[in-house]
Design a binder for this molecule. Structure first.
Ligand code: PMP
Length: 286
């Protein structure tokens, strides 16, 4: 039986429970991270913890453990589950409170670490590529709920995901309040045009993905020119290649958007190259 860590203790999965009065449940009040385990090692834990603590700081949520304690708890939970390959969900909720929004009435944040498996898209999507639509629902306006916060409220993205599924596609591109390309429902997006790798800048109102940063790093190492910039749907339709990145999705080619084939309608060479470099890097032992 898998083990779940809650506030310092390991519980069997069936016994891992939190209160129905938790504001994480009642209001989506909390933050989280999704992290990968490759070859028995937790990948980029420091970067994920940086983002978790930044998200928490933004919403005035004080995590009742130090970064070192959380890092150790993650490693202990991975070990308790004897996982070599897998996915970690690290969640911090505001904790149990009263039936009103006031977070000051919540007694104690709940820190939860789940270790499990993940598979986002069918395996053949990585060979054939994904078809996407642009969703009619836009990404959260940064002055409403800043997408830099990885919060427990994913309704914005879930609405876009439902639109995609209803259109027969596994994924959607979300635009921002200016009509520019922001990101996918749980992944960042990249284009290739004339050999240049292009991705929306952070000012587009997106989550700063750990995988996005890794892909930018890999591209720079490979001397592939990179542009972080404003992008429009026209840039997507006229791109030579397109792919998305995320901890769960890794690097996945996109071959069609809104019924228009991207490039020749097949995963492109730079996408393949970056996917290979990505696979090598996550399995590097040093
Ligand atoms: N954008 C959104 C909205 C996300 O939820 C995620 C994470 N699933 C990403 C991008 C990708 O971030 P990362 O590479 O850190 O997983």
């Amino acid at each position: 039986m898998s083990k779940v860590w809650i506030n310092g203790k390991l519980f069997d999965k069936a016994e891992a429970k939190i209160s129905v009065f938790d504001h994480g449940l009642l209001y989506g009040d909390g933050v989280f991270e999704g992290i990968r385990i490759y070859a028995g090692k937790v990948f980029r834990l420091r970067e994920h913890l940086d983002r978790l603590y930044e998200s928490a700081r933004h919403i005035f949520l004080e995590i009742p453990f130090s970064r070192e304690q959380i890092a150790q708890a993650v490693l202990d939970t991975v070990q308790a589950n004897a996982k070599q390959e897998g996915y970690i969900r690290l969640v911090v909720t505001r904790g149990p409170g009263t039936l009103g929004l006031d977070p000051r009435k919540c007694s104690e944040p709940q820190v939860i670490i789940i270790v499990d498996d993940i598979s986002l898209y069918p395996p053949d999507s990585y060979e054939k590529g994904l078809r996407v639509i642009t969703a009619s629902v836009i990404r959260n306006h940064p002055n409403a709920l800043n997408p830099r916060i990885k919060s427990l409220n994913y309704l914005n993205n879930i609405l876009a995901k439902i639109e995609a599924e209803r259109a027969g596609c596994p994924e959607a591109i979300m635009l921002n309040h200016n009509g520019e390309v922001a990101e996918c429902t749980a992944d960042n997006i990249f284009l290739v045009k004339h050999g240049i790798l292009r991705t929306p800048h952070l000012a587009a109102g997106i989550l700063e993905g750990v995988t996005r940063n890794l892909v930018l790093e890999l591209a720079r190492e490979a001397k592939i020119p990179v542009q972080e910039t404003a992008l429009t749907r026209h840039d997507v339709y006229s791109a030579d290649e397109c792919f998305l990145t995320g901890t769960a999705a890794e690097v996945a080619p996109i071959v069609e958007c809104d019924g228009r084939p991207i490039g020749n309608g097949k995963p492109g060479p730079l996408t393949r190259q970056l996917r290979e470099r990505f696979q090598q890097r996550v399995r590097q032992t040093t």
